[in-house]
Design a protein. Structure first.
Lengths: 309, 489
């Protein structure tokens, strides 16, 4: 197991990237660090989504339902009752898990497009709720949270990097464990998986909970980094679509690819900002081209090359 | 005698109004192989699913070593000692053969993040037993068809089940592979497992089974040794039809001019499974030809190749000119080869009349109305049902509508794929009368695919028998029972 880990090319590439990533504050500006910090939280969103879609086979079109639940729960508690940040994040994560279970129950009954539709409706419901109860949630203007993670850019950056690496390690490890194998089988052929003696419902429910936990935690941490929670950053369907594109772009069923895709998407969007309105168009076109011509995504294509040899 | 491992009694399953399985019961002892046979739609696969818990029975008991597991979820039944070898499955494509087998050895647990070390050696041992030793690290997509089936068998073995259910053990295998698989299944018997083989006919499993139970339309019809069941009157009637009066017109009547359609050395591959091999048939203008074969023999594939829906090797000639390269739409519209598929493919939310009008879309209004009137005469029930949504019709009515819609297109060759599928005997009679009338009053050319011989023979001028992707017999319907019947039992 560990021998294979050391000999794997992927391990070394990851290690190099990690060292470069960790020392980045030494040679880039605070502005770039800020963008990367955001992209790392985004990376966790995409990885958590990949666990559900790539492994459990559940097409969740509303990743922001889980993210938004975590973010707003943490934000509201912090703003209204002044709980310490750690407790707020924990509460946000728990709320997201609750939301995950709520999504999972119909997911185990509904098939295909119906479940996808339901996840979209869940996002719209959450968005409506936030707008209607503006007194508590800040409504369309957004919710300002009194606490922030760190004042210093570098500290914020290192924290986000650490969080993404830790989440990535856990999710990746899970995907490569026996549970990941059972999940993949459940996603592909639930009838046969059950006939092999696996409780498909139990495994899928667990996948929903794990995905929700990381989505919610990342969402909560992100608003404590930004200092505000708003529909536009953590709930809007457009944000969810970006998470999905990131995961597919990086390579579904790879977990790590999702993070790579997310960082690429955010950085590319920022690099093309001088193009103004066009930037979104260019990034979308690139994403579309990658999905069309390399349906396995960045990392997926790399792994494929390895598979063939 | 030892106590039975599996005891099934009073098993019943209804799907809506249809009784798919009616009061079925049997026992299997340790080290015994029972063959459960029946034609398509007889409910045998449903029985297997009920035992495995994939479907929940409406009534009855499934006792595994004395414990009634009827209605339990699949995974609990599996953990209780029942294993199944599916005919088709979707393996894990990104994982190797070995990892696919390891999956079956894992515990149903959310906290075991690392597999036990002996899982690997166990999986290798199982792979070698089923003959996958040399392809352990290949991915399923690169395996030949027989190896994929071996992998399914390996997964079932890995669960170490007391009772093994095998769905169509030999479908798609060559004779050498059939021998290998037979030996593996005999191995189950030697280990004292109870084995249930589900298949279409006695012949394919007769060398293996200790006993055979035959089903038809959800009911038990015969039980005994393979020979006894093959001799059984009811079984013979179900598979071969009773005394059939045939009305064949000799082929010479149609000879002289070129066949309307001529299929030469047709071959079709589905991935790695050979669906058709060197199939040659021809149909003359005005002739009624039946292709008889069990489910999975390749009838639908043959028709789909003619309609241009699947790629093939060999040649299909229509009035002497090759059909290859023409789109399915052109084949249906311009050539006039209209297929009425097994699945009927009605537009369920549209009314009966709309379905018909759609078929006659290319006709001038006057001609369309005239043709509709003619069809109402042929199928009076359709006339009464005009405003109803097509999906609310009964199975028999839907079949008639599907045929009527195909006839609206003024076909020169009408292909009927298993029109009798899932229909009750009384409906068959009505359908049969309509076909007879069609044959008597028009000069239509028909190619009929059927496993129900009673239905296929009376109208036919000529019969082909399709078995395991090949044509094995051709001749007049009158000679069928004597010469080709045994192959279908």
């Amino acid at each position: 197991m560990f021998g294979r880990l050391i000999s794997s090319r992927l391990t070394w590439i990851a290690l190099v990237l990690l060292v470069v990533g960790a020392t980045l504050p030494l040679y880039v500006t605070g502005y770039i660090l800020g963008i990367l910090t955001l992209s790392y939280y985004f990376g966790v969103f995409a990885m958590a989504w990949d666990l559900l879609f790539g492994f459990a086979g559940e097409v969740n079109f509303g990743p922001t339902f889980l993210i938004g639940l975590g973010a707003y729960t943490a934000g509201i508690i912090n703003a209204n009752w002044g709980w310490p940040m750690a407790a707020c994040v924990l509460a946000g994560a728990l709320m997201a898990i609750l939301g995950g279970v709520l999504l999972a129950l119909p997911a185990l009954k509904l098939r295909g497009p119906y479940f996808g539709l339901m996840t979209l409706v869940a996002v719209l419901l959450l968005q409506n709720f936030i707008v209607i109860f503006a007194g508590v949630t800040g409504g369309e203007i957004g919710l300002t949270v009194p606490d922030v993670l760190f004042i210093d850019d570098s500290a914020n950056y290192e924290f986000a990097l650490g969080f993404m690496v830790l989440s990535g390690a856990i999710l990746f490890g899970l995907s490569r464990s026996p549970i990941g194998l059972i999940l993949q089988a459940s996603g592909q052929d639930a009838v046969e998986t059950a006939a092999l003696g696996f409780n498909v419902a139990k495994h899928k429910l667990a996948a929903f909970c794990v995905s929700a936990f990381f989505s919610g935690t990342a969402g909560a941490l992100m608003i404590f980094y930004l200092g505000t929670a708003s529909v536009g950053t953590v709930v809007d369907i457009a944000v969810g679509v970006q998470v999905i594109i990131a995961a597919v772009l990086g390579g579904r069923r790879t977990i790590l690819g999702a993070a790579v895709g997310a960082i690429f998407l955010i950085l590319a969007g920022e690099a093309l900002r001088p193009l103004g309105e066009l930037s979104t168009f260019v990034v979308s076109a690139v994403a579309l081209a990658v999905i069309l011509f390399f349906p396995n995504g960045f990392i997926g294509s790399l792994l494929r090359v390895g598979e063939k040899s | 005698m030892s106590a039975p491992l599996l005891e099934v009694s009073g098993l019943t399953k209804r799907f809506g109004g249809l009784v798919a399985v009616k009061n079925i019961g049997f026992d299997i002892r340790p080290g015994e192989i029972l063959g459960l046979i029946g034609p398509n739609g007889s409910g045998k696969s449903t029985v297997m699913k009920l035992i495995m818990g994939i479907e929940r029975p409406n009534a009855g008991m499934v006792k595994v070593e004395g414990v009634d597991v009827a209605g339990w979820p699949s995974h609990r039944i599996a953990r209780h000692g029942v294993g199944i070898v599916f005919q088709h499955s979707r393996p894990l494509h990104r994982q190797t053969v070995l990892e696919n087998i390891k999956l079956a050895l894992l515990p149903d647990s959310l906290i075991r993040l690392f597999a036990d070390p002996e899982v690997e050696s166990k999986a290798i041992a199982i792979a070698e037993r089923v003959g996958l030793g040399s392809v352990l690290h290949r991915r399923p997509a690169t395996l030949p068809f027989a190896d994929l089936r071996r992998m399914e068998l390996a997964k079932a073995v890995a669960r170490d089940p007391k009772i093994v259910l095998v769905d169509e053990p030999f479908a798609g295998l060559t004779s050498g592979e059939v021998n290998d698989f037979s030996d593996l299944i005999r191995g189950f018997r030697a280990e004292g497992r109870a084995v249930l083989l589900v298949d279409h006919n006695v012949k394919s499993v007769s060398a293996l089974v200790d006993r055979v139970k035959a089903m038809y339309l959800g009911e038990h019809i015969a039980e005994g040794s393979a020979e006894e069941v093959m001799q059984n009157e009811t079984v013979r009637r179900v598979y071969l039809g009773g005394a059939i009066t045939t009305a064949a017109r000799p082929e010479a009547t149609f000879k002289g001019n070129e066949p309307l359609i001529k299929v030469d050395e047709l071959g079709v591959l589905y991935g790695k499974a050979q669906a058709l091999e060197k199939v040659s048939i021809h149909v003359h203008e005005g002739e009624f030809v039946s292709v008889v074969g069990l489910n999975g023999a390749g009838k639908t594939t043959l028709f789909n190749a003619i309609s241009g829906l699947v790629p093939y090797s060999g040649a299909i000639r229509w009035e002497g000119a090759p059909l290859a390269g023409r789109s399915p739409a052109a084949i249906a519209r311009d050539a006039g080869i209209v297929q009425c598929p097994e699945t009927r493919e009605l537009f369920g939310d549209m009314s009966v009349r709309e379905n018909l009008d759609l078929g006659g879309q290319h006709l001038a209004k006057a001609e369309r109305l005239e043709r509709t009137e003619w069809l109402f005469e042929l199928f009076p029930i359709i006339k009464a049902r005009q405003p109803q949504a097509a999906k609310t019709l009964s199975g028999g009515e839907q079949q008639m509508l599907a045929i009527a819609r195909a006839l609206m297109m003024k076909p020169r060759l009408l292909i009927l794929d298993e029109p009798t599928l899932g229909l009750a005997p009384v409906i068959l009679e009505q359908l049969s009368k309509a076909l007879e009338k069609l044959r008597q009053t028009t000069s239509i050319t028909v190619l009929l695919g059927e496993q129900n011989v009673t239905f296929a023979l009376p109208h036919a001028d000529r019969v082909y028998v399709l078995e395991h992707a090949r044509i094995v017999w051709e001749g007049e319907p009158g000679r069928f029972a004597k010469e080709a019947g045994a192959g279908l039992l």
